[in-house]
Write a protein that binds this ligand. Structure first.
Ligand code: MSP
Length: 646
């Protein structure tokens, strides 16, 4: 049994953030679950690298498009590795083996008569060198605001209009082809309105895959990008894909264009498309310009990747939009993982150690309520995960955990252990066995969502074989081998103190923003800066900062510099044997007499520089807005001359 699933291939115009992670994590969950069901799974992802935007972004930082794409693509590849997401193939659209597949698909479509040449007219921004999709004549360019121009070029067109009926028939015959249903209804309505043919090539772009026999043309985005789903597994006999997992904004391309391209080429279409919702940050759209993009690695560093997986899959109903916030993340972690599952595991294990020397007793007369709750959870998870209802599946496991908690409180093993009555000892055995078995069942069911943590729980309850790929079909209540010794308990989900954790994540997030900006050599322009306020410079290490020697100085003499209305000539005492000569560009704001005896801040170890023939032996520190006049740094309290600023 084979199962082939894909994530979208991500654009290389931005480094990975939590939105991309959401899709890839969910795909990893599905892959793990399918393996537990016995499938031989392949999960593919990759990067979408062509097009004018990348061409231009690369140019802006003095790189070739290939170099630029290499850098960001590598970020995605590393990101999935760091997060331990089981990606089996990582396909890049700039890979020549992908080009071959795209060109082959095109030839098939052309040979079957679904491709023709025609002129394409669109609104074009000359300054950005980009077509603005859906713009009308005169509309401004969304990027630079300049008016767009109507431009006509020769393109290859795909006869999308020929597939209207066949698409509707597909959606009707196979209601699960597009899921969830809301997305299916949207697509259906869209197709029923009528489809126009699709331009699939450009002559205005160079960074793309050449159209066979037509060197001037390169393929335009979707024809190229969608084909990755085939090129990623080319020659492996995997096609058609069982599932394309995508975000809701690209459902039309997948549910309309893609089957049509494949039909035209005489190839099989994918079996299912599932579009999940949009992940917001504190209910707001994440965007570079708002500066509110969240990345996964700072969260992983502070709370572990499992915490993020759990949050995203439990908090957000898969298929609907959801909101991420650091506080909600820590809140859920503490309530469900630390106090819930984690607490149950550690209590259970420590009771087995304390009361039965670390050996799980055989149960005589086990709790039927817990066994029943476990059976319910097993079947709920099986059906929910199959239907992409992850949060509902997780709820079912937590419902079982609460039955177990209640049962432990009722049984009160801490009382039973003190009783001399043999019946109480039997009850204690049963209670301990039940609790351990419930933990075992939970670990299996939760392992696709919390792989690292469940593996730890698994070894703590003394299981030796691997939990990964556990054959879930055979999972039943009562399989824990009685008489088995458990391992050493250690907290799987230690409680997290919200305030410092959130602060730490935000701090790491800021560092990550700077690191990513530095990747492609861009200046960072943080959002929300007042007019005239310059962007914050690149981060430096403390070792770099201490190299700068700032001293308190006192102005002993001040005068104008001949022939300059900008410069003042100063003699400044900074505690050395001789005062320094300093030429400062502050004449527009300060008269010489205002400077006399004034305490100032001097950069004392700058290389001397000649200004108007005078050697300046330092720099005076002043604040200014861009274009504004300088204001000298000063102290409210008295400070000794020569004191260093650190
Ligand atoms: N390159 C195209 C896809 C081509 S597939 C043949 C593309 N790339 S993208 O980089 O913009 O990534 C889009 C995907 O990333 C979305 O479909 C979704 O899976 C994921 N997400 C990116 N931001 C997201 C959120 N804020 N929320 C949820 N998922 C989002 O489109």
């Amino acid at each position: 049994m084979k199962y082939y699933l894909t994530t979208p291939i991500y654009y290389v115009n931005a480094a990975p953030h939590i939105g991309h992670t959401y899709t890839t994590m969910a795909a990893d969950l599905i892959a793990r679950w399918k393996r537990m069901l016995g499938y031989e799974v392949v999960l593919t992802t990759g990067t979408d690298e062509h097009g004018q935007k990348i061409e231009r972004a690369a140019k802006a930082v003095g790189k070739s498009p290939q170099e630029y794409a290499d850098t960001i693509s590598e970020e995605f590849r590393k990101q999935w590795q760091t997060l331990h997401l089981g990606v089996d193939r990582f396909k890049r659209t700039s890979d020549p083996s992908h080009h071959k597949v795209v060109q082959d698909l095109f030839r098939r479509c052309r040979d079957s008569g679904y491709v023709y040449k025609s002129s394409y007219t669109g609104q074009y921004c000359v300054s950005c060198e980009l077509y603005v999709n859906d713009a009308k004549p005169g509309d401004p360019c969304p990027d630079c605001g300049r008016p767009t121009e109507t431009v006509t070029e020769e393109n290859f067109f795909f006869k999308l209009s020929a597939f209207e009926d066949r698409l509707v028939e597909l959606y009707e015959r196979d209601p699960q082809f597009i899921q969830p249903e809301t997305r299916r209804n949207e697509v259906m309505a869209f197709v029923r309105q009528g489809l126009s043919d699709l331009s699939i090539s450009r002559t205005t772009i160079k960074w793309g895959i050449p159209v066979p026999d037509e060197d001037r043309h390169v393929f335009y985005v979707w024809f190229d990008a969608l084909s990755t789903y085939m090129s990623a597994v080319d020659g492996e006999g995997r096609w058609p894909a069982d599932l394309h997992l995508i975000g809701k904004e690209i459902v039309r391309f997948h549910a309309i264009y893609w089957p049509a391209f494949l039909w035209a080429a005489g190839l099989e279409i994918p079996k299912r498309i599932f579009a999940h919702g949009w992940l917001l940050f504190e209910n707001d759209k994440m965007s570079k310009s708002r500066g509110n993009i969240v990345r996964a690695t700072p969260i992983q560093e502070v709370m572990g990747a499992d915490a993020l997986r759990y949050f995203l899959l439990r908090e957000v109903v898969f298929g609907q939009d959801g909101s991420f916030s650091y506080d909600a993340l820590v809140g859920r972690y503490n309530s469900d993982l630390a106090n819930g599952l984690g607490n149950l595991v550690s209590r259970t294990l420590s009771m087995v150690h304390q009361y039965r020397k670390g050996v799980v007793p055989a149960a005589k007369g086990e709790s039927t309520a817990v066994a029943e709750a476990a059976r319910t959870a097993i079947s709920a998870v099986k059906s929910c995960f199959e239907n992409f209802e992850f949060s509902k599946g997780l709820e079912a496991v937590w419902a079982m955990l609460s039955v177990v908690d209640k049962f432990i409180v009722e049984q009160a093993p801490w009382k039973l252990v003190k009783s001399a009555d043999p019946a109480d000892q039997d009850r204690l055995d049963a209670a301990l066995y039940t609790a351990v078995e419930a933990v075992r069942v939970a670990a299996v069911l939760l392992s696709p969502v919390l792989p690292e943590s469940c593996n730890r729980i698994w070894s703590q309850i003394g299981m030796e074989h691997l939990l990964d790929g556990y054959p879930v079909a055979g999972l039943e209540w009562g399989q824990y081998p009685a008489g088995h010794a458990i391992g050493q308990p250690s907290a799987v989900f230690p409680r997290i103190d919200a305030k410092p954790a959130v602060e730490k994540m935000r701090e790491l997030e800021d560092l990550e923003t700077l690191r990513q900006a530095a990747l492609v050599g861009k200046k960072i322009e943080p959002a929300g800066m007042a007019p005239g306020v310059q962007p914050i410079a690149e981060t430096i290490a403390i070792e770099d900062f201490v190299k700068v020697d700032l001293r308190v100085g006192q102005v002993l003499e001040a005068g104008n510099v001949k022939g300059s209305d900008k410069l003042l000539l100063l003699k400044v005492d900074i505690g050395e044997a001789k005062p320094r000569t300093i030429v400062a560009g502050i004449a527009g704001a300060y008269k010489p007499e205002q400077m006399l005896q004034r305490k100032v801040v001097i950069v004392a170890n700058l290389q001397p520089r000649k200004l108007r023939g005078i050697e300046s032996q330092g720099m005076i520190v002043a604040a200014s807005l861009e274009g504004g006049s300088p204001v000298l740094a000063a102290f409210l309290e008295d400070v000794p001359v020569g004191a260093r600023l650190k």
